[in-house]
Structure formats: C-alpha cells, structure tokens
Design a protein around this ligand. Structure first.
Ligand code: CTP
Length: 403
C-alpha cells in the first residue's frame, strides 16, 4: 500500500546495486512513484539508462548538471518526496551522511531533506563491523534515520560470509510501508470516499450512466490511504484497478451506493466524488425491451436519493468533515456556492466539466475549493496532485477542529 507515495531512491556504489533495480519494480507494483539518484560509484555497477528505463524517468547523477538543476534541482528532489531510501548504503555513503557532507547530488539531497530517510546498508562484513561504521550508524539512528538490514549470509566475494548483505527488496519494501504508515497525517482517521458513475438499469442490457472515470475519487482514496487513513472506497463501475491497502465496496446503482455509504459510517471525513445518476428508470424492465415497428418506448424517470445531502444533513453520526463535488458546465463558482448551501456540506470541490476542458475522463483537473471561508482557485494540476493537496487540507482541518 504505497499508492501515490513519492520515493526517492539513492543508489550507492556496491555490488548490491543490482538488487535496487528489482526494488524499483517492487515499489512501483505497490503504487509508489520512484525517482532515482545514482552516486558516481553506483554507475560502475548499474547504468543511469537502466535505472531511468525502470523508473520511467531519467535518473539523476550530478549536483551541477545544468539540465537537472533547471528542471528539478537538488532542493526540489529533496522536498518532492515522501521518503528517501538509500539502497545500497555503502560504508562511505553512511560516513558522509553521518558527517553531513554535501559534495555530490546524493549527499546534498540527503542533507537538504526533512523527510524520513531509510538506509539499507550493504558492505563487506569487516567494513560493517568496523568501529567507524558502527559509530556512523549509531549517529544516523540518533539523527532519526531508519535502517533495514544488513542481513547475514554469503557475500559477493567468493568464500566471504557474515553480516553485510543488503536486505532483500521485499524486506526494504516492508520497511518503507511501515514507515509510511507511521508518519501519515491521517493515521487513526477513518475516511469514506465515493467514486465513479452509477449505472441505473433500464432493462437487463441497458442502463443510464455518465462519463465519470472515477480517476479523481480513486486518487483521493489512494492519497488518503497513503497519508495513513483507514479508507473505505465505495465505487461505481470503473475501469481502474483497486488502489491497494484500502477497502473497496463495488456497487452499481445510486441506491446501492447509499446503502454502502451507510454501512461504512461512522467516519471522520466523507468525500463524495462520485457522479451519481440523478434519476433512474421508474420501472426497469425485467426482460429486454424489444423493438416494435412504429412504437418508440418512453422512459419514465424517478429521482435518486441524494447521498451527499442525506449524510450532510444527518444530526446524529454526521462525519466531522463532509466534502462534496460540483461538476458544472457554466457559472461554476456561483452554482457550486449554491450547492454548498443546499447540500449542507462543509466544502465543495468544484470543477468545470465542459467538453473542451478534457477534465471528465482526463488525468488533469482544475478545481475551486469552496467553503464558508470563501473560494480558492487552484492551478491546473494532475488529479493525483489535486488528491494529495486535498488530503493535506483535510489533515489540517481535522487538526484545527480538534483544538
Ligand atoms: N451527489 C450525491 N447523490 C446524488 C447526486 C449527487 O451524493 N444523487 C453528490 C455528488 O457525489 C457530488 C455532489 O452531490 O459530490 C454534486 O453532484 P452534481 O452532479 O454536481 O450535482 P447535482 O446535485 O446532481 O446537481 P445538478 O446535476 O443539478 O448540477
């Protein structure tokens, strides 16, 4: 469960560097975004090309590389991550880290970060046992770094064995997951997210639906889980994988969604991102409606329950924070303000879903956050970034209401 977690992997110069290639994969399989830095020594063991190809973006190598300074730079590399993993952490890298050196990209980033650091040492057993190394490791632990391994076993050098093997990729992943669980701002909080469209049957083969992809709702659920929340995602039919590490309840109709939402309560926060069908067929046919020459059937509709409004207006068991979405094609802010009042929620995330915006079904989103405090317009960004920013705001709001 590392969905949306941004991991910066620093690969040091040791034979165990080949295992870091596997580590990139294992982290990605759990939904993490992995960026990599290679030290100069690491490049004797694995190439930036191989690492970049696996990570899906170029690997960083140089403190004074004009290109990387231009597009990210070492300060941003340090800040734009949730966790830094040093694997393999050589004796030399541990010494530099313990001493606060910053003479290459890896050490400069490690010094500039305020995020958790996990080191996976790998070295010859005698180097590991050396007093200097043990002093450096003790210093790093006192400074707040976490450690995984090293393990006992065979070394790369023939006939050498002892403590010094780098932890296996899956052990490193488990350590990353444990750290991310502990440090989330929503740890201990329960959150409900609705996502996707609903399908309202007309007959056994036809239904009323809409263009919602579920991307924004799923991203919010994943970001909340990455922030430590215990998340229940109630989802209509979507073409998306289940985000790992949270409970997903799959429904089809609005009425089933309301039932699933009711079962998920009580929660601290509820985010209603689903595009619920406003109407359903009054009397869905149990058999397929057949074409009859000269007769066009009429479809009688009836209104669906408004899930957001139902939950937001509850006097008992209302979540502390109820957040709705407003999908609008015109007068976005005015309509969204009216929706905030009518639905009784605390915040509305409003977006313009006119066909030209590409928001419905797309990967980017431009939103306005509307609350009693006013309107905030956010710059265009990816749905994952919107999700992370929203989750941060939720965490802050919960902190504030506690006081
Ligand atoms: N919503 C809901 N149940 C419904 C309809 C909407 O929970 N039956 C929620 C959505 O999840 C969203 C918010 O209400 O958080 C607003 O949805 P939207 O479709 O924009 O608003 P509507 O209430 O349907 O109003 P309109 O279609 O008239 O704009």
């Amino acid at each position: 469960m590392l969905q949306s977690t941004r991991i910066l992997l620093i690969i040091g110069g040791g034979i165990a560097a080949y295992k870091s290639l596997d580590l990139i994969r294992r982290l990605q399989e759990r939904g993490a975004q992995v960026r990599c830095i290679l030290t100069a020594a690491a490049q004797h063991f694995v190439t930036p090309l191989a690492v970049g190809a696996l990570a899906g973006e170029r690997a960083y190598t140089d403190l004074f590389d004009p290109q990387s300074e231009f597009d990210v730079g070492h300060i941003r590399l340090a800040r734009d991550s949730d966790l830094i993993v040093v694997a393999p952490a050589t004796a030399d890298l541990l010494a530099k880290l313990a001493g606060g050196h910053a003479d290459d990209l890896a050490t400069a980033v490690l010094l500039a970060t305020d995020q958790p650091i996990l080191v996976a040492p790998a070295m010859n057993p005698q180097m590991w046992a050396a007093k200097a190394t043990q002093r450096n490791v003790a210093q790093l632990m006192a400074d707040g770094a976490r450690i995984v391994g090293p393990n006992a076993g065979e070394m790369a050098e023939r006939g050498e064995a002892g403590i010094g093997r780098m932890a296996e990729p899956l052990e490193i992943v488990a350590a990353v997951e444990a750290i991310m669980r502990r440090t989330g701002p929503l740890t201990g909080k329960r959150m409900l997210v609705t996502s996707g469209p609903t399908h309202e049957p007309i007959d056994p083969v036809r239904f009323i639906a809409n263009r919602s992809s579920g991307k924004q709702g799923h991203a919010i659920a994943a970001a909340a889980a990455a922030a430590g929340a215990d998340v229940v995602l109630v989802s209509g039919p979507v073409n998306l994988p289940d985000p790992p590490g949270l409970s997903v309840v799959k429904i089809e109709t609005a009425r089933q969604m309301l039932e699933a939402v009711d079962q998920a309560l009580p929660v601290d926060v509820a985010v209603f991102a689903a595009a619920v069908a406003d109407w359903r067929a009054q009397r869905p046919s149990e058999t397929k409606v057949k074409k009859q020459p000269g007769r066009t059937p009429t479809l009688a509709l009836t209104e669906n329950p408004d899930i957001l409004s139902t939950i937001a207006h509850r006097s008992a068991g209302r979540p502390r924070l109820v957040i709705g979405f407003a999908a609008e094609t015109d007068h976005v802010i005015a309509n969204a303000k009216a929706k905030l009042a009518k639905k009784g929620c605390d915040w509305i995330v409003a977006n313009d879903v006119s066909p030209g915006t590409g928001i419905m079904g797309g990967d980017a989103n431009t939103i306005h956050l509307i609350s009693a405090a006013g309107v905030e317009s956010w710059p265009p960004q990816s749905k994952d970034d919107v999700a992370r920013a929203l989750v941060e705001r939720i965490a802050t709001a919960l902190e504030d209401t506690k006081r």
